[in-house]
Design a protein around this ligand. Structure first.
Ligand code: NI
Length: 177
């Protein structure tokens, strides 16, 4: 079921979400289905459960080749629950981000360039990955949602934050997450 995505200003986006301890429950499957439906409907790159008003530590993301955005790096479809991030090195990289909870805007956000993340999948099976660049950025953006952090709260240079049409007139932009 497509759910309403909460927008910045809603206090439910600002709280720390809770760990999941029970897997295989119908409620979790229903939550994931709603998240997939909502992300697909909005053509998003990622979605965190608190964005649809569910304060659990669940995120989904995935980016596929699209001729409209030839520069976009692909990210595999992933369900990540109870994530733990471990930066690899201290190098930060700046990049443009958008968010389904901050529609129509983009901002430049510094993120760790490389990191390892661990968590469990929808069956409770642990996994971990080492990633960099765009994949690392998407994970950091989504996991921030679980701690009540929206990307504008990470912006350092507000001269690179604004409305899509004003920043990039006439351009097709990559997906928001
Ligand atoms: Ni977001």
């Amino acid at each position: 079921m497509i759910r309403e995505v909460l927008r910045m200003g809603d206090p439910r986006l600002l709280v720390r979400s809770q760990e999941i301890n029970e897997f295989g429950a119908l409620e979790l499957q229903a939550l994931l289905q709603d998240m997939r439906d909502t992300m697909a409907h909005l053509n998003g790159a990622g979605l965190a459960a608190p964005q649809i008003g569910v304060n659990l530590r669940v995120v989904i993301f995935g980016v596929h080749a699209n001729p409209r955005y030839p520069q976009a790096e692909e990210v595999p479809d992933t369900v990540l629950i109870n994530p733990v991030l471990e930066p690899l090195g201290t190098e930060l990289e700046e990049g443009w981000e958008g968010c389904l909870s901050v529609p129509g805007m983009r901002g430049v956000v510094p993120r760790y360039k490389r990191l390892r993340y661990r968590g469990v999948d929808e069956n409770g099976k642990p996994f971990e990955r080492e990633v960099s660049d765009f994949h690392a950025r998407v994970v950091q953006h989504e996991v921030d949602h679980l701690d009540g952090i929206l990307y504008p709260m990470r912006i350092r240079d507000f001269s690179r934050f604004g409305f899509n049409e004003a920043l990039f007139p006439g351009q097709e932009l990559p997906q928001e997450d």
